[in-house]
Write a protein that binds this ligand. Structure first.
Ligand code: SF4
Length: 349
């Protein structure tokens, strides 16, 4: 729980959980709807700002909960292409969120953890290691800051920032429920995508879950040996097994999965690599996102080999998108801003 006192932070609770707490306090569970509206729509920053409720309700809530002050970003960087990166420190632990413009749309990318234990070789966050998983209130605080940065309108939301969302799934799930609540931000679950490097048990859970969020899997590369070097999670959840879970997910939900493939120039972008990827994807209803590797300091961008790779995949009938680099002048790859900050100065509230 994100709390600076012994009491839990009220923003860490979904509405049904809050209803149960209100009932336990002897209050009507239905007050939870007004509390949500006050917290997430009207921006109440203290229980004293809940005058719309019968006075004993905020008093009871104040006795049971802590209401954290709104967490504003410590630092904000805007790229030449309009990408805005927001760096937070939650109790001293860094995390970042990004607002990405594109084709008249604005998306936000949120962090689920401060740092990450997965240790992917190409990732700045992986080099930080894991500080801790973020609380639901710390995830929703990033959303609120991104929404303000975007002028009050966001078209989509991705959980692809720092951390592996499926290794903090209970809190990410709560954040999804809070953000999509009709009395809160009411942000459609269908506009949210959760990305994983392949934590199979949660892919399985999501396959039969009522949540409407979309799934993205960071395959990174299709060659098992190369993947094991780049994504240590390969040894626990091999890509071949991950893709079996993806096929089951697609069948159970009748939904497509986004596969993220990071293109390392001259490393995994040959015709042979494309053949391996096609074999791995066989029978799975997937769209492919090719992401040119963007190391700290700038990468090769979209190379002729990457374009040829895309062409090969498309010729085989796979819907394939080659993503343009965003925010390279402000360290766009996942976790780079926080990593740069962490190496420069200790983060603090
Ligand atoms: S790529 Fe994602 S899962 Fe891998 S270390 Fe970075 S944040 Fe963690």
């Amino acid at each position: 729980m994100a709390s600076s006192s012994l009491k839990p932070d009220i923003r860490d609770f979904t509405r049904p959980e809050l209803e149960a707490r209100l009932a336990a306090l002897g209050e009507k569970p239905s007050h939870a709807a007004a509390v949500f509206s006050l917290l997430y729509r009207k921006g109440a920053a203290s229980f004293g700002e809940m005058g719309e409720l019968p006075p004993r309700v905020p008093a009871a809530l104040a006795g049971a909960f802590f209401l954290s002050p709104f967490k504003a970003p410590l630092r904000r960087l805007v790229s030449r292409d309009g990408t805005a990166r927001l760096l937070f420190a939650f109790g001293g632990d860094p995390a970042e969120a990004v607002v990405l413009p594109g084709k008249g749309r604005l998306s936000a990318c949120l962090s689920s953890q401060s740092g990450c234990a997965c240790g992917c070789a190409f990732c700045a966050t992986g080099r930080l290691g894991l500080a801790r998983s973020l609380a639901p209130s710390e995830i929703t605080a990033q959303f609120a800051a991104c929404l303000a940065e975007a002028g009050g309108r966001l078209d989509s939301l991705v959980f692809m920032g720092m951390g592996e969302p499926f290794l903090n799934w209970e809190n990410v799930k709560k954040a999804i429920l809070i953000l999509s609540d009709g009395r809160g931000h009411h942000f459609s679950q269908g506009k949210m995508t959760v990305s994983t490097v392949g934590v199979i048990p949660v892919i399985e859970e999501l396959a039969s879950s009522p949540l409407k969020v979309k799934l993205a899997v960071s395959l990174v590369t299709a060659d098992p040996d190369l993947r094991a070097r780049l994504v240590p999670m390969e040894t626990r959840y091999p890509a071949a097994k991950v893709m079996e879970a993806v096929r089951r997910y697609c069948r159970a939900r009748g939904a497509q999965v986004f596969l993220e493939y990071i293109v390392f120039d001259g490393v995994n972008d040959s015709p042979e690599d494309a053949r391996k990827l096609l074999a791995l994807m066989k029978g799975a209803d997937c769209r492919l996102n090719l992401i040119p590797y963007n190391p700290p300091g700038g990468g090769a961008g979209v190379t002729p080999r990457a374009k040829l790779f895309q062409k090969t995949m498309m010729a085989a009938g796979v819907r394939t998108y080659l993503r343009l680099e965003k925010g390279s002048d402000i360290a766009a790859a996942c976790g780079q801003l926080a990593a740069a900050e962490a190496s420069r100065q200790p983060a603090g509230d």
